[in-house]
Design a protein around this ligand. Sequence first.
Ligand code: MTE
Ligand code: MO
Length: 340
Amino acid sequence: MNEHFQPRLPPGQQLAAPNKWPLIGERGPRPSSDPWTLTISGLVDLPTTFSLDQLYELPQTERVLDIHCVTRWSQYDMRFSGVLLSDLLNSVGVSTEARFISFVSRSTRNHSSSLDLNDALSFDTLIALDFNGQPLPVEHGGPIRNIVPGRYFYKSVKWLEAIELLSIDRLGFWEAESGYHNHADPWQEERYMAPAIDRRLAAELIAKRDFSGLDLRSIDCSLRELPGLNARGSALRDANFRDANLANSDFSEANLSNAHFQGANLQGAKFVGTDLEGANMSGANLCGVDLTGAFLTGTTFGESGKLPQIDSTTIIPENILAPLTPDQLQLVKDLLASLA
Ligand SMILES: Nc1nc2c(c(=O)[nH]1)N[C@H]1C(S)=C(S)[C@@H](COP(=O)(O)O)O[C@H]1N2
Ligand SMILES: [Mo]
């Protein structure tokens, strides 16, 4: 094998179905009757507002690239075109003190994301206007979004309306709210920052078996005895429940994206309305588990030959399965069929 061989799929990612582009996060921009514009301000020589027409009149560049979502799905060969960030920045002149660049969305929650300016430029960041030769669909960030190759897709902001050049970094929405890693390199699996929760607090909560309503991102509960855990409405992104005993636990409405349940005993546990995007349940005991209304984009049920255990009391409604990757969908269908 060529010693420079690099696989195309970053570690921990799964390929989405051909031509499928999942919808993640906000579904639409902040309602406004203002025409779409893109304003570049901050540490620039000539703060400028471009109309959509003006953006289309600038030289258009096409890029075919792979996108990688932090919730573990990837898609190859996405064909975007628009204006190169470097071309836009050259036209306004960047001050020498600028170190960071913040991309700001027309969003009801003031969504934004930032990058080191040198990274943004070295990646050939694109201000995308078109996808597959058509205007970018609104739900995917049309009419204007930035596309950052080489970073998890949360760095690519939908409904882009402002770019600010900064001397000091400003954390974006997901980076501040969800603990998503600010560097976001999929090849290093930089999904989350270090957890904010201290060990003593974690130990107390584990002893009480009550996580309800709390944000305990990346908490380590591997191998723990936690039967009957109350985790209703909690935020447990990236939590580690490998090989834990969670029989009859209640995770209703919890955010469990990228949580690790490999080998866990989940008998009788409730996952009603949970966000399981990117979560992994391979080898878990799912007898009597209720997955009604769960979100399964990028969820893993089995890997490396390790299947979960299910029985006739396991509730996996057909209508939640569509977001699974083709391999995982087949695996779940085979499991369900083996019961019949
Ligand atoms: N304005 C805005 N931009 C956003 C988000 C969002 O919620 N709002 N989500 C981010 C995340 S986490 C991802 S994975 C991608 C999803 O883009 P898509 O819905 O077009 O697949 O958009 C990113 N940009
Ligand atoms: Mo994402």
